[in-house]
Design a protein around this ligand. Structure first.
Ligand SMILES: [Zn+2]
Length: 216
């Protein structure tokens, strides 16, 4: 990420600036011009809040109980859901592209970068829900799951300069998974988990970039 002071970023009409210094909670992250607040602190607060208002485990049980009690209605809903799912599959990919793009970019406008990806919305969804109990990403989200970038976006943006490449790596299917919000919150931007090291090494080979964490 480019180092840019608050006054300079203001002059350029950006929404964030970046000093490269730690916030008091140990993030190295861009900050909002308006509040000087650290971006990763903001994410953590949002995650905490969503945990506070929803209990994913309870929600899952509640949905399953309802299904067991109303088998016919559940089948009907899932049939209607199939149609909606066609629409929301695209919507989900758009949403996560936008999020990744916002977190990677210090520019003021969001431009869709979806054309940089080598998979379709359907492939995106199928990859993520394979092996889970969910029939769509939307359903997983409703059950309190988050999309996790296994190698964190903050790390990718530190190591890689090219904006398009940052985005392709952040949104590479191998770098994505659905995990419970709570787990995602605990993981945060830590890179010392085995799966992070493993995926970083895979991406490092695929894109010929020095993302290999063990070499750092
Ligand atoms: Zn912070």
């Amino acid at each position: 990420m480019e180092l840019i002071s608050r006054p300079e970023a203001k002059k350029r009409e950006l929404t964030h600036y970046f000093t490269g210094k730690f916030c008091k909670y140990g993030h190295i992250s861009k900050r909002f011009i308006s509040t000087c607040k650290c971006f990763d602190c903001g994410l953590a607060e949002t995650a905490k809040y969503s945990l506070h208002i929803t209990d994913p485990e309870k929600n899952r049980i509640r949905i399953q109980e309802w299904r067991d009690k109303n088998p016919e209605r559940a089948r009907e809903v899932s049939r209607i859901g199939q149609k909606k799912y066609q629409k929301t599959t695209k919507g989900q990919l758009r949403k996560f592209c936008k999020r990744a793009s916002i977190r990677l970019s210090s520019g003021k406008s969001y431009k869709s970068k979806r054309s940089l990806l080598d998979y379709s919305p359907e492939e995106f969804e199928n990859y993520l829900i394979e092996g889970t109990e969910f029939s769509s990403i939307a359903e997983a989200m409703m059950s309190g799951y988050h999309l996790d970038h296994i190698v964190p976006i903050s790390y990718i943006s530190e190591i890689i300069e090219d904006k398009d490449l940052q985005f392709r790596i952040a949104m590479d299917l191998e770098n994505l998974r659905l995990i419970p919000a709570e787990e995602n919150f605990k993981k945060g931007n830590r890179i010392d988990f085995p799966e992070v090291v493993e995926v970083a090494s895979y991406l490092s080979n695929k894109y010929k970039i020095p993302l290999n964490i063990s070499n750092k």
